[in-house]
Design a protein around this ligand. Structure first.
Ligand SMILES: Cc1ncc(C[n+]2csc(CCOP(=O)(O)OP(=O)(O)O)c2C)c(N)n1
Length: 294
């Protein structure tokens, strides 16, 4: 028993170095999934034995944006709502030696920031995006998001949502990302392994993490606790291989989890650097009056 406690203490102590202690405990609501995602991220970095100083974690605005900033210890950029991907792109272009990680919400990344997400996937920029999808705008009190399921009442659709939600992981895969997966906060070990894969794989990597928001979302669908959401994830998750054999009717109400895409393609910032080097070599010694685009 004492031995077990000792091991647990050591582990906790090891993971503490990834947290900004001066801002703990977190401000997340009871039952929120953001703490689970933070835990998985710290474990993923720890198990890879990455130096947190080699990481730049970037985020936007929202509850899930607090996972990297202020809670994760390391270099962080807390940017404006919807814009973490452009900031991360700039950082990657100027500091290709760093691993760029974006952690933000569905409102941030596919609501206001949707265009940045699909174009970063298309360009295959070497940044890792972990999107916490709680199906709502959590921080601002539960407004409709582009991920909110049809029929669900929200503060801006009190009689129920009349829109169709995005299937974001499938959208990002179709846009050309080199690695795409979906997990939930119930699937902590596969999620952590998937984060490790994303962190070590070159190119644009995207993980959609279905996560619970009992306060702004759960209570509107009669699920007021985090455990009810985890139970739902456990019961409705279907592995991608199994889902491939199922009909759309059988898949209704299910969450397809696992790896959804993996492909090799050239990476944007490397292509950009190579082109820059070639042009510099070619143009060495040319005077401004010699410039012409022909
Ligand atoms: C330009 C701009 N528009 C709107 C807002 C208000 N706002 C802050 S957070 C947020 C939504 C957050 O939702 P999400 O990204 O899903 O994160 P969550 O809080 O659910 O984790 C909005 C609309 C803002 N801060 N800036």
């Amino acid at each position: 028993m004492a031995d077990q406690k000792d091991k647990a203490d050591k582990r906790r102590h090891r993971l503490f170095k990834y947290l900004r202690k001066e801002v703990l405990p977190t401000a997340f609501c009871p039952g929120c999934g953001c703490g689970i995602v933070l835990n998985c991220y710290a474990h993923a970095v720890d198990e890879l034995q990455m130096d947190p100083n080699d990481l730049i974690s970037v985020t936007g605005i929202g509850c899930s944006s607090w996972i990297p900033s202020p809670y994760f210890m390391g270099d962080t950029l807390h940017t404006t709502h919807g814009r973490p991907i452009p900031f991360a792109t700039g950082a990657k272009v100027t500091r290709p030696d760093k691993t760029l990680v974006v952690i933000a919400g569905d409102g941030d990344l596919i609501g206001i920031g949707g265009n940045h997400l699909i174009h970063a996937a298309r360009r295959n920029i070497d940044i890792k995006v972990f999107m916490v999808n709680n199906l709502i705008y959590g921080m601002t009190g539960g407004q409709l998001a582009p991920t909110t399921p049809a029929g669900v009442p929200t503060s801006t659709s009190p009689y129920g949502n009349v829109e169709h939600p995005f299937e974001i992981a499938e959208l990002v895969a179709a846009a050309g990302a080199s690695y795409v997966a979906r997990w939930t906060t119930f699937h902590v070990f596969p999620l952590m392994e998937s984060m490790q894969k994303a962190l070590t794989r070159k190119g644009f990597a995207f993980i959609e993490i279905r996560s619970q928001c009992p306060i702004s979302y759960g209570r509107r669908i009669g699920k007021r606790t985090g455990t009810e959401a985890l139970q739902e994830y456990k019961e409705t998750a279907v592995r991608a291989q199994e889902a491939a054999e199922m009909t759309p009717e059988e898949l209704a109400g299910k969450i397809v989890v696992g790896r959804l895409a993996e492909r090799d393609k050239s990476e944007f910032t490397a292509n950009l650097r190579q082109l820059n080097d070639e042009i510099r070599k070619k143009d060495a010694g040319r005077r401004p009056e010699d410039w012409s685009i022909s």
